[in-house]
Design a protein around this ligand. Structure first.
Ligand code: ATP
Ligand code: MG
Length: 327
């Protein structure tokens, strides 16, 4: 059956890039598909050092944010990756089906290996293989992600093809589902994407930021010295990123936004964007604050999700073991 699968790393509080690039689509797809799984990918998060207490907190916060955004545990299986051990087992099988040059050619590896050159661990190179295992363990066919994940979904397609060729037809083709607003940029460096793991918190707007914090971050967002408001992502990445955010939260086009704001300067326009973002995020933030008062309720949802995901994983893993000759 068509199966939706996607994941998010518990590396902090989800931000508006995660929401507009992925989570918003998740909420939509849980209504259009029967089998839907969303995974808090804790095994991925330890490719960079994580403080254990902070990691526990991030797992909870990520679950709470997903629920607050509208993920419905009756429609979607929401679970924590390390609760289902078959992710790691299938990852190992896939690790033995891919080549070093294939994974070293992935763009995120190139970026991260330059950035963390000094103390890089092997997991940072091989985690896209784990990602392929995450998707294919459930025979995922649709993968709603942001644009930065396209090369990784392509790796999953390659691995499915290689496995099927060697051991017999088993895995379907997993396709990335990418929304229009699939790449929200950093508010501080508007040429790179907004990220949870970026050290400068002013580079992103978290889903739980208060109105004052949102206003402050947008006010300080890097723009250029042209006061007029018009859309030109190549030459004016800063202001164009704010217009992308504006468009994504309102459904307006960049032409409509330019027309509506042609009498404003940058300062006035930033204040307008802050209002729109605040208005959209306020109910989400309030829901997260309420869920923080009910940690057992959130944990129950994750436990139930792990059971349901585990059943599918176990069934598929048994068949994979047979096909590979382990059993
Ligand atoms: P980290 O920096 O720890 O990798 P992240 O912000 O990149 O965090 P992930 O957990 O890696 O978030 O990704 C979760 C989902 O959000 C993925 O589908 C990813 O494509 C999407 N996503 C991440 N950043 C953005 C962004 N700036 N714009 C749009 N989508 C994004
Ligand atoms: Mg990421």
């Amino acid at each position: 059956p068509p199966t939706v699968f996607s994941g998010i790393q518990p590396t902090g509080i989800p931000h508006i890039g995660n929401y507009l690039g992925a989570i918003k689509n998740w909420v939509h797809m849980q209504n259009t598909h029967q089998r839907v799984l969303f995974c808090i990918v804790d095994l991925h998060s330890v490719t960079l050092p994580q403080n254990p207490n902070a990691l526990r907190q991030s797992i909870f916060d990520t679950a709470a944010c997903l629920l607050a955004c509208g993920i419905d545990p009756d429609k979607a299986i929401l679970f924590q990756q390390s609760d289902v051990p078959q992710h790691s087992e299938l990852c190992w099988a896939f690790t033995c089906l891919t080549t070093l040059p294939r994974i070293q050619s992935l763009p995120q590896w190139k970026e991260k290996s330059e950035k963390y050159a000094k103390d890089i661990n092997v997991g940072l190179m091989t985690y896209p293989i784990l990602q392929a295992a995450d998707i294919l363990l459930y025979k995922g066919t649709e993968v709603p992600v942001g644009e930065d994940q396209i090369p990784h979904v392509e790796l999953a397609q390659d691995l499915a093809r290689i496995f099927n060729y060697r051991f017999g037809e088993f895995f379907p083709k997993a396709s990335a589902v990418i929304p229009k607003s699939a790449r929200i940029k950093s508010l501080r460096t508007p040429t790179s994407k907004m990220s949870k793991s970026e050290i400068d918190v002013k580079s992103r707007i978290d889903l739980t930021d208060s109105p004052e914090v949102i206003r402050g971050k947008i006010k300080k967002a890097v723009t250029d010295f042209t006061p007029e408001i018009f859309y030109d992502p190549d030459n004016r990445p800063g202001i164009s990123n704010l217009m992308d955010i504006h468009a994504a939260f309102t459904g307006l086009s960049s032409d409509e936004i330019t027309e509506q704001n042609k009498l404003k300067n940058t300062v006035g326009y930033k204040s307008e964007v802050a209002d729109i973002v605040t208005q959209y995020l306020t109910p989400i933030r309030e829901k997260v604050l309420r869920l923080r008062e009910q940690p057992e309720y959130v944990q129950q949802i994750l436990d139930r999700g792990a059971e349901r995901a585990g059943d599918i994983a176990q069934e598929n893993w048994m068949q994979i073991r047979k096909l590979m000759g382990f059993k």
